[in-house]
Every structure is written in C-alpha cells, then in structure tokens.
Write a protein that binds this ligand. Structure first.
Ligand code: MIG
Length: 693
C-alpha cells in the first residue's frame, strides 16, 4: 500500500506516473510533522540503533546513508569530497530498515515529491533521529510500507513509472575527453582502438565540436562535412555522441537565440527582462524548459543533429550551472575595484576574496530567475531541481515525436526523480582518485532505487591525473555498469587505454565487457521492464543474512552474479564476504580464468591487476558471448554459460534488435536451463548454441 500526503500547494513535478488518492489526514505514521513559521516543514522519526537508510541516489558516502546530512539541491560542484551534501541530482527516495536485531522494528520507504530544496538529516544532528526538512512551497509525501527492501524499492519504481531504455549500442565501450578539437583527432582515437584490437562503440564530442559553444551548431573548420563524418564513423561501427549545454549563447544572427528571444521562450528576471548568465558560450539565456511550448521548441532543435545521423546525446550544465549572473558580476567588479588593498585588514581581505570566489552558482542569482509554467509565474528557487530533468524531457519528447520507432541515447548531468523515464545519467566530474572508484560502486544501488538504471561514472576519473593501475581497476568495475565511458578533463593526463603499456590487459578487460553483454543487456532490460534493480546491496538480496548489511564494497549484479572489485592501490587482493556458497570465476580474459567453489563466509581472495572476480550464486546461470569489437559484432547465437549448478538452473535471457521499441518481455525471452548432469536445454525466442564455461 502506498499512502500519499499533500502539504500546502505543491508544484506538479511529474515524478509520479501512477496517480494516487491523498489521505485526508496529515498525520503520518512513524513521523512527527512540524510546520515552521517560514513554511518549512520538518518531519522527524526516531532511529533504532541498528537502523539503516538506503537510497538518496547520486550522493557522497556509503550505501548506508546513516550518519550524514544530504541535501537535494542540484549543484555544479566538481569536488565530490566527503563533506559535501549535494551533487548534481535530487533523488528524494530512501528506505529506512529497522528490522534487524537492535533496530526500531520499522521498515518503510519515503518519497518526497518536491521541486525545491529538501534536506535528509540521517542521524547527523541527532544520532538517533532522522529529520527530513522541506523548504516552503508545498510538497507531496509518499509512504511505502509493504514487504522486503526489494519489494519497497519495486513498489516505488511502479509509482514513478518505467525507466528509460537506451539503444543496445550504448552498452558498448565509449571513449570521451574534453578537448577532442578536430575530426582528425577523433579519427585517431578510433584508429588506435581498432589497430590495437581494443573494442569501441562510441566517441563522445565535448563542447569543442561546437562553433563558439553554441548549441546545435558544428564548427565547420574543425569538423567539416559533419554528416559525412558521422557516416564515416558509422561505417567503422562508431557512434558519435555530442554534448548539449543548457545555456543558449546570446549572439546576433544565431537562430536558436533569435527565435527563442522572439517567442519569449527564455527564463526571465522578475521584471520580465531575459535573465543573463555566463557559462562556456559567454553570455547566455536559459531556455524555459518548464514551459510546455518552450520545451517543445528547445527539443525540436535536437533535430538539427539527428538529421546529420546522430543517435545519442549527453546534456550538460543543466543544474543549471551559473559561472556568473551579469548584474551581480558588475556589482562584484565594483566592489573589488573599489577595495582599498593598501589599508585592508585581514577580515577585509577575506571579504575581498569571498566576493571573488562567490560569483558562481550563487543562491541569490538562482532566486532571481523566473519561469512561466504555462501561465503561472514561478521563482526558480521553487523549482530548481526540475531544470535538468525538464531539459532532458524536452529532448526525449522531441525524440518520441521525431523518431517514434527508435531508441535514442540520452543521459544528463543534473537530474531529479521523474527524469528516469526520459534518460540516464552520468555522475559528473569525479576525480582520478581511488576513493572515487569506491564511490562509483556505492552510488549504484541508490541510483537504481530512484529509477536510474542507465548510469555510469567517468571511468579513470575526470579531474586530476589518472594512473594505469587506477584505470585498469576502474574499468574492471566499469565492465558491469550500463554506461561504460572513459572520460577526462582537458589538461589532465591523457587516459585513452592505448596510451598505457599494459595493452593486453586493457584489451582483455574491454573484451570481458563484450563477453558479458548478453547477460548485462538481459538483466538491464528485465530490471527496467520489471521495475527492479540491476545493482542490489547484499542486504537486499539476502534479507536473512546478518552480515550482509555491513558489506559496503560488493554488489549483486542482476539475479545471478555478485562482484567485488578492487578499489585500493597496490592491493593484490581483498576481503570478500559470501552470504552463501558461490562459484568464483577469476577472469583474466573471456577465455582465461580460474574457477573454484567457495563456502559461505569471509575470504581473502587474491586479485592480480589484470583479474576480475565474478561470483555465481547457486543454481544460477549467466550467458556470455565470445566477445566482439563492437556491440553489433557480438554474436548472441553462440553463448558460453557461467554456472553454478547444484540441482538445476534456469535462465531467462532477454534479447531484442537493440534499436526499436519492441521490448516485449514475453516474446523476447529465451529460456536456457542446465541440470546437475550438465545437460543444456534451450527454448523460446532464439536458439543459441550454448556451451558450459
Ligand atoms: O564546466 O564540457 O561534467 O563532463 O567535459 C565544465 C566540459 C563543463 C562539465 C562536464 C564534463 C565536461 C565539461 N563540462
């Protein structure tokens, strides 16, 4: 059962797809509710000693969110350090689990459907209390209470509607870097992958492909004959994936600017003039994607690139990031220029410094943006967390109109629950740090709980210089994330895999991704279509196991497998906890591995730099391919089966054309079973030739 409570006059976010009737009462089980004078609502709940909190999507810290305070306030902050409270997403769903020994005896999920700032104090201020604070303006709260952790997560996903489905090629390996300046540089990236036998499906185009950072333009000098270039790449089985930024450059004669201005489709100041911000293109206006007409208009511009053969995009800077707001920049300049540095005391100096450093992403500047929500004038503060979501919705709605039969790749930096129906996400500007490899793993289940299945981090790390071992280890996790993209910032060490010495190891690791593709794609699609999680914490998969909730560095991947990546430098192995007996495949490549059965319990397992640990649960299977150079090269008619058979295992393999929206869960299933004597039987959609591994 889902209970719905309405507070004040909330703004419709569109996050919930299944309409619910609200309860008359405002008394919520488990919570005390207090409305403060400034209309802020504070909901408090007692925590038991062993209570755990799961969810909150893209955020810092562990799988269990207890002990810290998180804020939903989409932020362009590239320093994902532990003391931060919010990153790029606003993912207001969590599950409190107090059903273990020493717990409060409660288990429920809470979704705060709100477009404004929400704070989740998970036992930070008071270690025995959870406090959810919602800024004024009204919100809807949903309480979900039935069944296991996994059931509650599923019920929530049903409430918010089906997750976005990307095309199959988007599961291939992608190479990206901020600063591929010319078509020839891109050609070189492709050539060096192909020459070295390194599988690759896509190259991402960062802002440098554009003409002066203008959305929907291509620089003709550096990327001449773009549509021919797109075709040339496709002939090599490479998809080019351009970036789109939120800000539209103010430039006379630039049609996106001229048309948007004429039609009044940009965000305004309170007095009705267009809001002017500064981002990469210089001075920009922001399309008012919260307005239905403006959204449709902005979405239609993607057609310019679709027409040139592009089939995927990434939406950036859509928190929206604000390097400066024009009027404040002028004030700051005046203040800084007027400062008397000869007679400044130290506090004057800090004020001086603060003025300069506080120019970007200022709350006051955000509060000076106004939206026209189909006739209703709304201050940005009230809807901040919707901007990236609605920019992505603009694109996805346009794709559905313009290319109704085709799946288009779309993922965004800023997001909010609701956007999961329109696109995936990448987790933004991480760093080439070992701690961010672990953070990547720890974010995945929370993201899945909030509907984001197609996601991934910048593998190898975006900021700072990577190292060969970090990149290898990170790819060893990345081979399991739906979005597998190596991306880095300009002026950092180049980190395309062909730049390092251990070519054979990199080739083998990438090959493993393509080997796992049949399983990953099948589990991804089933999870999407069944409102399930692809990555589960062990506690979700083993509700009876007392130790499982303590495991913060292993994940279940789909129904058959568990992974335990290495995330520490110079570690030649790691501790692994097995909630039950499992079969360990220690892969060095798709056809080189050691296999052993390990009993339930704690183990220290050796893992060389070129090895990947994959654990198979009892009576489970996972279909693997023989690999491929690109997704279309993977032959799903010949499969290798990972298996751990005690009595019998049955695997329902989902597959489809990877392109159209024909995603029927019944029709597209092949059932593969193996009995204890090793006999294989296959029935259903395909008739793959299967062999036990
Ligand atoms: O202010 O387009 O997160 O992936 O390479 C930086 C340049 C803007 C931020 C994105 C990153 C991208 C970069 N962008």
């Amino acid at each position: 059962m889902i209970r719905k409570y309405v507070f004040g006059k909330p703004i419709e976010t569109g996050a919930v797809a299944m309409k619910q009737t609200a309860c008359d009462k405002t008394e919520i089980p488990h919570f005390s509710v207090k409305l403060q004078e400034d209309k802020t609502a504070v909901l408090r709940c007692q925590l038991g000693q062993s209570d755990m909190i799961y969810g909150l999507g893209e955020n810092v810290r562990g799988i269990n969110k207890r002990g810290w305070i998180y804020e939903s306030n989409c932020s362009d902050d590239p320093n994902h350090t532990e003391e931060k409270r919010s990153l790029y997403g606003a993912h207001n769903f969590f599950i409190l689990d107090g059903m273990r020994a020493g717990g409060s005896g409660k288990r429920f999920g809470v979704f705060v459907d709100a477009a404004q700032k929400v704070t989740f104090d998970c036992g930070y201020t008071d270690s025995e209390e959870l406090a959810v604070t919602v800024a004024g303006g009204g919100f809807v709260l949903y309480l979900l209470e039935n069944g296991s952790l996994r059931d509650i997560a599923k019920e929530f996903r049903k409430l918010i509607g089906p997750s976005y489905l990307p095309p199959k090629w988007a599961f291939g390996y992608g190479q990206s870097r901020w600063s591929y300046m010319t078509a020839d540089e891109v050609r070189e990236v492709v050539r060096r992958h192909r020459e070295n036998g390194l599988p690759l499906d896509s190259v991402y185009l960062d802002i440098d492909y554009m003409e002066r950072y203008k959305d929907f333009t291509v620089d003709e000098k550096r990327f001449p004959d773009f549509s021919e270039f797109v075709e040339e790449m496709k002939a090599e089985h490479i998809h080019l994936v351009p970036i789109i930024d939120a800000g539209v450059k103010i430039e006379k004669g630039y049609p996106v600017y001229e048309e948007g201005l004429k039609k009044g489709y940009f965000c305004k100041k309170e007095d009705g003039r267009e809001f002017v911000g500064g981002v990469w293109p210089g001075r920009v206006h922001f399309p008012d994607v919260l307005n239905t007409e403006a959204r449709k208009w902005f979405g239609n511009w993607y057609q310019v690139l679709l027409e040139q053969g592009i089939e995927g995009f990434w939406n950036d800077m859509n928190e929206p990031a604000l390097f400066y707001e024009e009027e404040h920049l002028k004030e700051a300049q005046k203040k800084l220029c007027g400062a008397d540095v000869d007679h400044m005391d130290i506090w004057g100096f800090f004020d001086f410094k603060g003025t300069a450093l506080g120019i970007a992403n200022r709350p006051e500047d955000y509060a000076s943006i106004w939206h026209d929500m189909d006739g209703r004038k709304v201050c940005h503060e009230q809807v901040h967390n919707l901007y990236g979501y609605y920019m992505t919705k603009a694109a996805a709605e346009a794709f559905a109109r313009l290319m109704p039969d085709k799946r288009i790749l779309m993922f965004s930096r800023a997001s909010c629950v609701g956007m999961h129906r329109y696109g995936g996400i990448w987790t933004g500007d991480n760093q080439s740090w070992w701690s961010h490899l672990l953070l990547n793993l720890q974010m995945l289940p929370g993201l899945n709980m909030c509907g984001f299945l197609f996601c991934g981090a910048d593998l190898g790390g975006f900021g700072s210089d990577t190292s060969e071992d970090l990149l290898l280890r990170w790819l060893e996790l990345g081979i399991f994330t739906p979005l597998m993209r190596n991306h880095s910032a300009m002026d950092t060490r180049q980190q395309e895999v062909y730049r390092f010495g251990r070519q054979e190891d990199f080739r083998n690791i990438l090959n493993l991704r393509y080997a796992f593709l049949p399983y990953l794609y099948s589990e991804f699609m089933k999870a999407s279509l069944n409102d399930d999680m692809l990555f589960q914490p062990l506690a979700f998969a083993y509700p009876e196991d007392d130790f499982a909730p303590r495991v913060e560095d292993q994940l279940m991947v789909g129904d058959s497998l568990m992974i335990a990546p290495v995330y520490r430098q110079n570690a030649a192995g790691r501790y692994v906890y097995l909630p039950e007996e499992m079969k360990l495949y220690r892969f060095r490549s798709p056809n080189s591995m050691d296999i052993e059965v390990l009993p339930a319990g704690h183990h220290y397992v050796d893992v060389a730099l070129n090895e990947v640990l994959v654990f198979v649960r009892p009576d489970r299977l996972a279909p693997l391919s023989y690999g491929g150079e690109y997704v279309a090269d993977v032959d799903s008619s010949r499969l290798l089966l990972l298996h751990f058979i005690k009595t019998k295992a049955v695997y329902k393999m989902y597959d489809d054309d990877g392109y159209t929206k024909d995603v029927n869960l019944e029709r597209n299933i092949t059932e593969i079973s193996v009995d204890s004597s090793g006999k294989i039987a296959v029935k259903g959609a395909g008739k793959p030739e299967c062999r036990l591994l």
